[in-house]
Design a protein around this ligand. Sequence first.
Ligand code: ZN
Length: 150
Amino acid sequence: MSDLRELYQEVILDHNKKPRNFRRLEGANATAEGYNPLCGDQITVYLELEGDVIRSISFQGAGCAISKASASMMTTSVKGKTRAEVEALFDRVHKMLTRELDTKVNSHELGKLAVLSGVCEFPARVKCASLAWHTLNAALEAKKEPVSTE
Ligand code: ZN
């Protein structure tokens, strides 16, 4: 078993057991709902935006370990970032999950999120991992309709 795969399983288990920022956010001024019908994952993302900066973020939902862990990691990595920074990060995460990006070369930009590249070995779960990011995007764009990965 490769080191990355071992780390991947460890991180997913840890975030699934103790999801960060897993609560309803009082004072949220942007929210969005996301749904991955393929797996049945559901998520709501709450944002407290101050101008262009994400001051606070949280999520709630029900789904598989990957969707929950990915959402948990997403909240910790975008807090305090600007819209533009989040867009750039989302772009990199998306490319990593779809294997357009070499994580060995770019892992310094992705930081802890690089561990999510482990999901590439399970193509059916890529949508579980990207759901939180699509939902975050929808919240930033103030979309009223729930987003779906399909
Ligand atoms: Zn899932």
